[in-house]
Each structure stands twice: as structure tokens, then as C-alpha cells.
Design a binder for this molecule. Sequence first.
Ligand SMILES: [Zn+2]
Length: 247
Amino acid sequence: MKKLSRILFALLLLAPGYRGSARDLAARPVPILLYHSVSEDTGNPLKLGPSRFEEQMEYLRSKGFHPLFFSDLSGWEKGRPLPAKPVLITLDDGYADNYAAAYPILRRTGMKTTVFSITGEIGKPGYLTWGQLREMEASGVVRAESHTVSHPNLTRLDAGGKRRELIESRREIVRQLGHRPVALAYPYGAYDAETEEAVRLAGYRFAVTGETGCADPSQGRFTLHRILVTSGMPMEEFRGWLRDCGG
Ligand SMILES: [Zn+2]
């Protein structure tokens, strides 16, 4: 169905007299890249070596991709146009190597990146500290958003439990970093209708899942898809995803 609508959209572009409109811009997909740990570990597909990460960030920079934070997406779902070649880079869980290994690369390449932080883990061994998050945010290339307080499967919690995870993590980010998070990443990518509603009521504007693909407003702004970049993903596939998402 999605494929069909893309074909129809492509045909529309070819149709004589086509001029484009805000309505067409509303359908424009965006690649949201999903990373976790930036470290060398050949045994774990979720750990991407710093040199591979650098190659990908350098590719985005050299090809003129325009990195965005989630706050830059506001109005996108209603058709507000985005800069050309938009991309969102996301690091889930807030591992310590995001500062030690990823941050120098992000600063050098200017690739704005969102860190989905588990607020209850911040400052614990293996995770970022609030001080590191503050320093990275001050540079302008990193923005922290919420990945809940304790990384539970939100669909298994009752309404009160969901609220605590969603609201407390939000409050803690406001307290520590002085800005309101606008996006949530579902732990384990797990969500259902009730969870989506809880996310909306907690004041978030966007939520991302672990489902694979380009993010498209038609998915709904609380169930946006992402592209999981594993250590085994060849560069050609990485480039292919960006092309698929309109870059
Ligand atoms: Zn996670």
C-alpha cells in the first residue's frame, strides 16, 4: 500500500502541469537514523565502531544533508516544509561512549544529534553524566530527549506507571538541562494505542519506534519509523536508505 502511494506520488510529479503544493510537502518522508553505542565490538550488531560512525557522518556532511533536532520538526506533520535533504540522527540509551567517541565526530562534522536518555541511568557506570550532556548541548550539536526513567516495556505498565515514566523523565530533563523534551523513544520499540495516548498527554510532540523505514507523517507523529544502523550494514545500504527517504 505504501509502495503504491509512492508510485502514485511519483506519477503525479511526472504529470504535466504539476507545480507542487503544501499538501505534497506534507507527505515528504525523513530518514531518522537509529544508533546505540559507538564503540568497537564485532560481536554486537548494535555497537558501531567509531571509524564507521565517522564515515557515515562524513558522508552526510559531504552530501549536504541537513541534520535536524525533533524541535525542528514541529509543523512538519501539518505540511510545513523542511530544509532540503533533512536527516535526524538518534543515539538511544545514552551510553558513555556517546561522549567519548561520538561527540568529537559530531562536533567536527556539525551533525546535530538527539540522545534518547534513560534519565534513571544518567551518571551510572557506562552511561553519560548530566555534566557531559550539558557540555554537549552547549556546543549546539547534541540535544537530549526522553527514553523514559528506567527503560521498561511501557505497554506492560498500568496507566499510573506509564505516566510516571513519561512525566518524570521529562521533568528531570527540564530540571537538569533547562529545556522541555519534545520527543520520546519507546524502550524496545514497544507501544500500543494506550501508550501512544499517554505519550501525547504527557506533553510530547513526537515519538519514535523501532520499526524500520523512513519516517512519514502518515505514520502518525507518535509512531515514527527509524532506520536501525547496525555494525554489519554496508555503506551501500546506508546510502540506499537515504535515497529511499528522498535524500
Ligand atoms: Zn533503549
